[in-house]
Ligand binder design. Sequence first.
Ligand code: KIV
Length: 291
Amino acid sequence: MSNFSEKERKPVNVNSFMKFKKQNHKITMLTAYDYSTAKMLDEAGVDGILVGDSLAMVALGYEDTMKITTEEMLIFTKAVARGVKSSFVVADMPFMSYHVSVEEGIKNAGEFIRAGAKAVKIEGGSDYTAQLTKRLTESGIPVLAHLGFTPQFINSLGGHYIQGKSAENTKRILEEARKMECAGAFAVVLEMVPEESAKYITENISIPTIGIGAGRFCSGQILVTDDIIGKYSDFTPKFVKKYADVFTVIKSAASEYVNDVHTGSFPEENHVFKLDETEGKKLYDFTDKNN
Ligand code: KIV
């Protein structure tokens, strides 16, 4: 249950994330790619809405997240921003939209802010990513870091593997998280790391951690909405809790509709527009000279 009722909910801003961590208020984030989903999540009291590049797979049917461009992501970001009143909207910067140069990264990030996002998310914890984060933050663009399993690096990682599986690798992720915190990131997404590792990282940085497949001890959680409502059926990761089965609901509604149209049960009397009776009669008045 959310702490806030729909009416009294104050807009979440970048400072709310640190405040929530200090207050031990578990931060909630979900993904949205369209206006009506964003509106539902906002009304449900979700703290942050990510226009994730997962939309490449979930909404557009690509095989990975690397296929989506900045231009495409901007369309979805605008739609989500139009549906939100209080949640904090973060846009995922897509593959290669921030890697060529810091200047290009800032320019593209600016487009997401113009589209209505309040922050951008970037993957990785290299010196370059930290430098970009510093420049973005100095330019007034808040940055959500993304460490652990980073889908845009899938070709370098060799597949969907859990990250930080040893003390040494956990400490490497912690170093990256610290680097991103020093550079100005307001929070860090930790994806697919053992929960002991995520706990250790959460305890050793000041900014909040938002876990996805990172266990119970992060400062908050993020999941893909289409996974938790059971709409995306291609694959459900182990860390997802399914709260609904929208795939079955939509599929059975659609097949009922098909059947109704075939059998003539739809449309019914109350679904149709009627001609005025006298006008209706004229249609069949064969003495009418005009016909
Ligand atoms: O693209 C995405 O949906 C993400 C996850 C962290 C939810 O990056």
